[in-house]
Structures are given as structure tokens and as C-alpha cells.
Design a protein around this ligand. Structure first.
Ligand SMILES: Cc1cc2nc3c(=O)[nH]c(=O)nc-3n(C[C@H](O)[C@H](O)[C@H](O)COP(=O)(O)OP(=O)(O)OC[C@H]3O[C@@H](n4cnc5c(N)ncnc54)[C@H](O)[C@@H]3O)c2cc1C
Length: 258
């Protein structure tokens, strides 16, 4: 069955990385006054290619709900059909989509949470952070410790760095850790893969809580979740690491881009 398509009009376009040719795109929806979705969900963009075939690709929404608007964070893939179409859009131009879709959303009731992302996997996580810590309005984090571990190869691939640093400076319960696997000389931040830093957080937290294993299910549910988004190799590495540390399957929520 064909799904009804909506029209997203590009309002703003910001280059996130010249070397990676990644863009932050802000859209408004022509047909709606309010776009109802849950932070972390994705939309399916649709367009007809040169051969008359309709191509559809999923893109995570990189913002919290905001009137009839939403943001995307797009990485240009060499010879890729849809990523190039989106990255080449200019303000005023449109793209069609259906959605929202997906269950990569914060589990309720909210628990302590570790957000783990690489590359454009940061998109839905930005939505989580905007929703939990809105610039105006009520903080929804309930004082829960929230960690964001964001990794990439080079510094130029860390998107929204200033935004996350600002939230971390303003909110005592939000910790932002960025790590590079191939840093330039002089990089003063963390090094290595995200899973190594996640393991440190989990081990440290277990020590602080003086519980035998953090994964123990409480009558009301789990006391911590991990939310992982990015390419499959990274998602698997983190899931394996958390399982090794005694976590249960349901504590690990993930979205794979490939
Ligand atoms: C739930 C979900 C959410 C997603 N959210 C985002 C998002 O927020 N931002 C974003 O940029 N992408 C996101 N993606 C990936 C996106 O759907 C496309 O796969 C990506 O944009 C490439 O599509 P394309 O049409 O440009 O390339 P295609 O024409 O489909 O592929 C061209 C070539 O690139 C390779 N390729 C395909 N995908 C990738 C990739 N992700 N990285 C590197 N090479 C690739 C293919 O193997 C092929 O060789 C998401 C995917 C899923 C499943």
C-alpha cells in the first residue's frame, strides 16, 4: 500500500564538515502545522531516479519535535543517490517523505543512559539531547546521569561539538565525551574507539553503585540503558562489549545505518 507522502521544504543548510561534505539541513513541512514524532525516530525520503524508479532511504531526525519543522544530518556518500540529492538541495527546494518511523526512542520511565554514536549516527542522539535538555522549557532528564560518547576518525568529523559542549557546561547531569581514532598531533581529547570509553563509564558506575553488576534487573525494570547509533560494525562492537560486562539484551537499544 502506498503511504501518503509529505513535502519537506529546506529552510536552512549548514556545512558541518567540508572534508566529509556533511550537512545540517533544517526543513519545514508544507502540509502540517505540527509534525508529531518522538525524538530518535527516522523519516523515509522518496524520489524518482533517472530510470523512473522510486528510491527510498531512511534518515534519522536530528532534532526534537518543533512545530512543523525537523532537522537532518546528512553525510554525502560517493556516488550515492539520495545523500547527494539531499546535500545538493538549496533553501526553498523540496523533498518528499513519509514517516515518522522507528523505535529508536528513549525508554520510559527514563533511566540513567549512555548515548553512543559515530559519524552521522549523532543525528537521533541530537534529538534526544534537545528533548531532554530544551533551551527553554522544562528539563526532562529528571536529574538522571546522561553520557554521550561520540567518536569519529578526525576532529572535523565531530558534528555539533559546540552544542554538546554547551549543554554539558550548563547541565550537571550531562557528560559529553568525544574521542578520535586517528587524531592529529596536539589533539588533547580522548583517543581510541567509543566502546573502550563506554566500558570505562560502565565499570566506574558499577563501582560507585557498589552493586555486583549494573545489569541486574530491578522490579521496576533496568536502571541504565545504552542507545547506540551508527554503522553496523560499531554497533556490534559496543553491543558485544556491554554483553561482556553483563548487560542484558533489552538494556541495549540500537539503530544501524547499514
Ligand atoms: C534507520 C536509518 C537511519 C539513517 N539515518 C541517516 C542519517 O541520519 N544520515 C545519513 O547520512 N545517513 C543515514 N542513513 C543511511 C541512509 O539511509 C543511506 O543509506 C545513505 O544516505 C546512502 O544512501 P545513498 O542513496 O546516497 O547511497 P546508495 O545509492 O544507496 O549507495 C551508493 C554506495 O554507497 C554505499 N553506502 C550505502 N550507504 C552508505 C553509508 N551509510 N555509508 C557509506 N557508504 C554507504 C553503498 O554500499 C553503495 O556502494 C540511515 C539509514 C537507516 C537504515
Amino acid at each position: 500500500m502506498d503511504r501518503p507522502l509529505l513535502t519537506a521544504r529546506l529552510e536552512q543548510k549548514l556545512l558541518l564538515s567540508a572534508s566529509a561534505q556533511s550537512y545540517h539541513l533544517e526543513f519545514s513541512i508544507d502540509e502540517l502545522s505540527h509534525f508529531d514524532f518522538t525524538a530518535g525516530q527516522f523519516i523515509s525520503c522518496a524520489a524518482v531516479d533517472d530510470r523512473g524508479k522510486t528510491q527510498t532511504r531512511a534518515y534519522s531526525i536530528a532534532s526534537a519535535p518543533r512545530a512543523n519543522q525537523f532537522d537532518l544530518c546528512i553525510n554525502r556518500v560517493e556516488n550515492g543517490f539520495f545523500s547527494n540529492l539531499l546535500c545538493d538541495l538549496e533553501p526553498g527546494q523540496t523533498v518528499q517523505f513519509h514517516g515518522p518511523h522507528g523505535v529508536f526512542t528513549l525508554r520510559q520511565p527514563l533511566t540513567d543512559s549512555i548515548f553512543i554514536a559515530t559519524g552521522t549516527g549523532i543525528a537521533p542522539i541530537r534529538g534526544f539531547v534537545e528533548w531532554l535538555f530544551p533551551e527553554s522549557g522544562e528539563d526532562r532528564s529528571q536529574g538522571r546521569p546522561i553520557w554521550l560518547v561520540y567518536g569519529t576518525r578526525h576532529e572535523t568529523g565531530l558534528y555539533y561539538q559546540k552544542y554538546f559542549e554547551k549543554v554539558a557546561a550548563e547541565r550537571h547531569n550531562f557528560r559529553y565525551l568525544s574521542t578520535l581514532s586517528r587524531p592529529r598531533d596536539g589533539w588533547k581529547g580522548l583517543r581510541g574507539y567509543v566502546q573502550n570509553h563506554v566500558a570505562e563509564i560502565v565499570t566506574e558506575r558499577a563501582r560507585e553503585h557498589t552493586e555486583p553488576v549494573v545489569a541486574v534487573a530491578e522490579p521496576m525494570g533496568f536502571d541504565i540503558h545504552a542507545y547506540i547509533c551508527g554503522l553496523n560494525k560499531m554497533v556490534s562492537a559496543n553491543r558485544d562489549k556491554l554483553k561482556e560486562l553483563g548487560w542484558q539484551r533489552k538494556q541495549i537499544i540500537f539503530e544501524r545505518y547499514d
